[in-house]
Ligand binder design. Sequence first.
Ligand code: ADP
Length: 395
Amino acid sequence: MNVLVINCGSSSLKYQLIDSDSESVLAKGLCERIGIDGRLKHTPSGKESVVIDSTMPDHTAAVSLVLKMLTDSAHGVISGLSEIGAVGHRIVHGGEKFAASTVITDEVMSAIEECNDLAPLHNPANLIGIRSCRTLMPEVPMVAVFDTAFHQTMPKEAYLYGIPYEYYEQYKIRKYGFHGTSHSFVSKRTAELLGKKPEELKIIVCHLGNGASICAVKNGRSVDTSMGFTPLDGLIMGTRSGTIDPAVVEYLGQKLNANTHEVMNILNKKSGVAGVSGISSDFRDLDKAVSEGNERAEIALNLFNYRVAQYIGSYTAVMNGVDAIAFTAGVGENNPKSRAAICSYLSYLEIAIDDVKNQVRGEEEVISTSDSKVKVLVVPTNEELAIARETVALL
Ligand code: ADP
């Protein structure tokens, strides 16, 4: 079956058409500047990419153009829409309502809408994507796959904050965690690569990209994760501060004469390794700057590595041990220096990295030495494939 995977943002739409039997990508692409002017980059497998500037007043227009490109005589990969068997939608927030992926019905859409408050930038856009697809492909079954669902297995002591309990009850303030599709996919694949079942393992997944989070996966279930009520919490990221004393918000607001919203914008968009280094959020730029002797780039990377190592220690403690650590996403998959620096904190776990194997980029590899007590792996994530698999499994 061909599954169209849709990841709809407020002004963008990413898509992949995946043949679920062979798990190959037939085509993928990105619509940008929806509602502004509109640009589509479409890449059919084995053919040249095409970029089309075309007015996209709304998401329905974007989906319509995507469907046109998928069936186009020159750039298409299928002969008609009947060859799309299902659509899998990435949904950012499922609140406490969704602990698993689900087939989309009117009731499910209302329930997703009820989570809008928790992800005001993302969920409304995700819903628009669903509505657009339903308008254009009313007969095609659709599945919602939530970023938060995998973490719904966390115990109360992991997800509750130390604030009055009624705020959890009334306002649903708690840790939700994100990147769940990736953490689930990578932890399962890690077990496979080690020749074990997920139920037999304690795994720490380090999803280190521009957005970054860590997850403790015990017996196949998320038991803790570093992002919280929002994706701002936890690790120091590309532009996000990660965990910070909340009192800083008020204090910085006073100093800058800025309101809460403005301070939150600083913590989300102007902080992280970009803010500390003053150079870039991109680790490639920072590595280059370090090699040229830039001290602040070095401080930024040291902060990042230190925080990752802290979380690994913390999650080893909450799981009472760890069997494997998996690195994934842009930095985790492609940056041997970061992996080595993080693992240099972990000799107390009797972890040893094979420096040659650690040079791997973007491929599956066990990078620990054969006598390392804890296995360390690089496992490329593939959220679109995970969504396609979930979609097929549910239908
Ligand atoms: P997100 O999906 O959260 O936007 P990514 O997972 O794409 O982020 O990660 C982006 C980061 O990954 C950047 O800091 C970049 O330096 C790093 N990265 C991505 N690809 C490569 C690569 N091929 N080599 C080195 N670093 C890479």
